[in-house]
Design a protein around this ligand. Structure first.
Ligand SMILES: Nc1ncnc2c1ncn2[C@@H]1O[C@H](COP(=O)(O)OP(=O)(O)O)[C@@H](O)[C@H]1O
Ligand SMILES: [Mg+2]
Length: 225
């Protein structure tokens, strides 16, 4: 479903470019759970951003559902991303001036919908909010929620378009241990019930142990543990 072939990434910098990833190969199957562990600065965010088409490799190829992302124009890449990839970041990036429900519906605004489709989308959003125990907050604003609740809304927003893969970049990084544990359980539960592949970047080995496959990222290389 998601395939990386010899993916390398460098950033231009003075006096010489910074090489972050070198010839990474990886294949993620539908609904698989994968964790990527590595120290700060090892390239986890860079890798996830490229997997989800937010950034492009310096060399190598990434295929999502058989489509070579390198061959797509930026607008086509954006569409592919919107339809097939969900992102959750360490910071929730919810819009403060929008309600929980409005935030969740944001990714659905990219495509025009008929009145019936809009109704279905709203039902989908409310259903996900219920499954994450957030129904009662649908009309609240992000500022009225706890950190763990905001991350749950971010997860719901990432799933609203029924993506094939959910990329979570240190999703529990700003939460206390208990709340982090709960969010991890929720991600794994949704991976099952939604049949969505899950990739978690983390520096927590404890969290990483809960996924089917675990990789270590260090010195520009990915090694399966
Ligand atoms: N846009 C960028 N421009 C230049 N260097 C970058 C950029 N993004 C990340 N880097 C560098 O790439 C390396 C990996 O960063 P990152 O992917 O954020 O690692 P991690 O998420 O594991 O902490 C770091 O050395 C970082 O400074
Ligand atoms: Mg990072």
């Amino acid at each position: 479903m998601l395939e990386l072939f010899e993916v390398s990434k460098s950033y231009p910098a003075q006096p010489k470019e910074v090489k972050v990833l070198s010839k990474i190969n990886l294949r993620i199957e539908p609904a698989q759970t994968v964790s990527i562990v590595g120290p700060s600065g090892s390239g986890k965010t860079t890798l996830l951003n490229m997997m989800g088409g937010l950034d492009r490799p310096t060399s190598g190829k990434i295929k999502l559902n058989q489509k070579n992302m390198a061959s797509l124009k930026n607008t086509e890449l954006a569409r592919l991303r919107n339809q097939h990839v969900g992102f959750v970041f360490q910071l929730h990036y919810l819009l403060a001036q929008c309600t929980v429900l409005e935030n969740v519906l944001l990714p659905t605004l990219a495509t025009t919908q008929t009145a019936t489709e809009q109704k279905q989308t709203r039902k989908r959003a409310m259903d996900l909010l219920e499954r994450t125990q957030m129904t009662q907050y649908a009309d609240s604003y992000p500022g009225q929620l706890s950190g763990g609740q905001r991350q749950r809304v971010a997860v719901v927003r990432a799933l609203v378009n029924r993506p094939d893969i959910l990329l979570a970049d240190e999703p529990t990084g700003s939460l206390d241990a208990d709340t982090a544990g709960q969010l991890t359980e929720l991600l794994l539960e949704l991976n099952q019930s939604e049949s969505v592949a899950l990739v978690i970047a983390t520096h927590s080995r404890r969290l990483a142990r809960k996924t089917q496959r675990q990789f270590n990222l260090d010195h520009q290389r990915l090694t399966e543990l």
